[in-house]
Design a protein around this ligand. Structure first.
Ligand SMILES: [Zn+2]
Length: 290
């Protein structure tokens, strides 16, 4: 087979206090309705309240108005807003978090060492497997994986614009870690399917991305079909970004998604194209709650 993957992105793994602090604060603020492991809380209620207050819309706009009245172009004004509001709070939070972060760092490094080991051996095949499952080529040169504190039980997020991922350095079985990481990395390849106008398309795109990740691990011969949880099971979990709710029959939806995926694998379409077929089949079965 000719080499259709001219260049794979370079993947680097980092532990950064800056990223970890922002993640810990974000989770402490319950910004995403995600269940946290209860007992952890390093920030005082006062500090969290300061964040909420400073970033409340009335305060944000009050300060923005003040800066708008000042000198300089828009860029300068918005930068002043960030320096005035976010920087001091961030510095304060990092100072509070730093000792804790340093203390847990050795155990976090320990937790991810099997994952890093596995990536060293199989990473390239996984990156290739993602392309062959999505039929989209990589268009980024570098992927930065930032490990953060395990707060939500092995949670990860992808930031395609930055080519970055945050990933909890949780102690978990290797197949689970590998699948989680591959899912996030696959998001950087399938980035444009995730920008959907409504929550139902978004969760279907999450399922599709998850299937890309699974297929990549199967093709790289690391896991087999039986090692994965059902992506349909996760639909509820992925419904975190919208207040809008929908109803569906899990068995029926599962069937639709599975059929679509085997059609996708047999077809020559890339996932950007074939996800339209999934929407057509699945959306009528996902009724919005009025
Ligand atoms: Zn995802």
């Amino acid at each position: 087979m000719p080499d259709v993957f001219p260049e794979l992105p370079k993947v680097s793994f980092k532990f950064s206090l800056d990223v970890a602090t922002v993640y810990a604060i974000e989770m402490a603020l319950h910004a995403h309705k995600i269940e946290m492991r209860a007992e952890k809380q390093y920030f005082s209620e006062e500090l969290l309240e300061e964040w909420r207050e400073a970033l409340s819309l009335p305060n944000l706009f009050w300060d923005l108005r003040a800066f708008m009245c000042g000198r300089g172009n828009l860029n300068v004004k918005v930068k002043r807003l960030g320096e005035h509001i976010i920087l001091p709070l961030l510095q304060k939070s990092m100072k509070i978090y730093e000792d804790h972060w340093k203390a847990i760092l050795p155990s976090l490094k320990n937790n991810v060492s099997p994952l890093l080991q596995a990536w060293k051996i199989h990473g390239k095949e996984i990156l290739r497997g993602i392309c062959s499952a999505s039929r989209l080529e990589w268009n980024i040169k570098e992927i930065k994986v930032f490990f953060v504190e395990p707060i939500v039980d092995g949670h990860g997020d992808a930031f395609p614009e930055e080519g970055s991922i945050t990933f909890e350095a949780a102690k978990a079985p290797l197949p689970r870690c590998l699948h989680g990481l591959t899912h996030e990395i696959a998001h950087l390849n399938t980035a444009d399917i995730i920008h959907q106008e409504d929550i139902r398309r978004k969760v279907l795109a999450e399922c599709a991305n998850d299937l890309v990740a699974q297929q990549a691990l199967i093709e790289a011969k690391i896991l087999n079909k039986l090692d994965f949880d059902d992506p349909i099971r996760d639909i509820e979990k992925w419904k975190t970004e919208s207040r809008q709710e929908f109803l569906y029959d899990p068995e029926e939806l599962k069937q639709i998604v599975e059929n679509w995926w085997s059609n996708h694998l047999e077809s020559k379409k890339n996932i950007r194209e074939s996800i339209k077929d999934l929407f057509e089949e699945a959306l009528p079965k996902m009724l919005l709650k009025q």
